[in-house]
Design a protein. Structure first.
Length: 186
């Protein structure tokens, strides 16, 4: 009986030690994150880390998208018209949210909200990446398959089995954004 308990404990310890959470950043995500940091697109935290295994919010994505296009320190005509009932002018990302919305990269929800602190899903980030390429006109199919399929066609999305509603990490965003920057616009 003691030997069985030892074997069971050994198996448990072995499985815990070798367990890698599904949200841990992959090598390709780490490489993409480091390249984006070098380009000053993805900012790190005070401790120097990118925290690629953390989820990312809609406000953070709006800021990254504006930064990617070079509009971070620019005023966009008409951006003041972009109002969301849950984004006050004092919100840290208010200006970038308005810019990203005016540029057509992001949208709010039917109730007039933006949900800036909500984690972003795979479907949402893929749609934003496709919009950056300006390849989002006349998409065939319904949301989110239309954007996922276009993302695959462009080389942005490379995964086969995707949970569209899955909250994505900063690492996933880094990889998708890097893939987007490599897209050859036709």
């Amino acid at each position: 009986m003691l030997k069985k308990i030892q074997i069971i404990l050994f198996v448990i310890v072995l499985s815990v030690v070798s367990f890698k959470p599904s949200f841990a950043a992959t090598d390709s995500q780490i490489q993409a994150g480091n390249k984006l940091r070098t380009l000053k697109i993805l900012a790190g935290y005070e401790d120097g880390s990118l925290r690629l295994d953390n989820h990312i919010t809609r406000a953070e994505i709006a800021t990254i998208l504006v930064r990617v296009l070079g509009y971070e320190n620019t005023i966009i005509v008409g951006m003041e018209e972009q109002k969301f009932k849950d984004v006050k002018d004092s919100h840290w990302a208010s200006s970038n949210i308005k810019k990203a919305a005016k540029l057509g990269l992001i949208t709010g929800y039917p109730d007039g909200s933006f949900k800036p602190n909500q984690d972003i899903t795979y479907a949402e980030i893929t749609a934003m990446m496709v919009r950056i390429t300006k390849q989002d006109k006349n998409l065939e199919g319904v949301w989110p398959n239309n954007y996922i399929n276009k993302g695959r066609q462009l080389g942005i999305v490379q995964e086969e089995n995707i949970n569209f509603n899955q909250k994505v990490t900063r690492g996933t965003v880094a990889e998708l954004l890097w893939n987007t920057l490599l897209v050859k616009i036709k």
